[in-house]
Design a protein. Structure first.
Length: 178
């Protein structure tokens, strides 16, 4: 039987004998708080307009509880089943999928992380050139963590003085300036 934090949960072998009682209990706690959110939101909107309701401390407190319970459910599913669940994402797109349709290109986005780095006063063996090596090592670690979390990292890079530029679309280059 699998227990919380079991290494088998992250292995390639199927799990058997998993007791889902605590998983269902976590979902029930989350559902209870969501029902309380709806009731509170209805009451708050009867008192205030939308702008005030969005910032009402009662609403914010329950939203915080929902976030904590979502994180606990994620951690529990991850520890027990080795999953990386995306349960809190939102989508307004086409909910139905056509099994015969050709696979679509996944949405990709470019993310940047920047640092402003200077040297400390006084003598030092460190140079600003050595910062690039440290950032590159950190980038490699971060890219690996993203892959382990289930993302596809198509490319990444490090630069000094300007963001790393990637070839976004070859089609845009062929069309010329607008």
């Amino acid at each position: 039987m699998s227990t919380p934090g079991n290494r088998d949960a992250h292995g390639s072998a199927p799990l058997s004998g998993v007791d889902a009682t605590d998983l269902h209990a976590a979902v029930d706690r989350l559902a209870d708080v969501l029902h309380r959110y709806v009731e509170t939101a209805v009451g708050v909107r009867q008192e205030f307009g939308t702008a005030e309701a969005d910032e009402d401390p009662r609403i914010l407190a329950i939203e915080s509880q929902v976030g904590v319970l979502n994180a606990r459910l994620y951690d529990l599913l991850h520890a027990r089943l080795g999953l990386h669940p995306d349960l809190t994402g939102m989508s307004w797109g086409d909910e139905e999928s056509d099994a015969d349709a050709p696979p679509q290109e996944p949405d990709v986005e470019t993310f940047h992380l920047g640092f402003v780095v200077g040297q400390q006063p006084g003598p030092s063996d460190l140079t600003l050139d050595s910062v690039l090596d440290l950032v590159e090592h950190g980038g490699a670690d971060l890219a690996q963590r993203l892959v382990e979390a289930g993302f596809v990292v198509g490319e990444w890079g490090v630069s000094r003085g300007a963001p790393v530029l990637f070839d976004e679309d070859d089609d845009e280059d062929e069309e010329g300036p607008e």
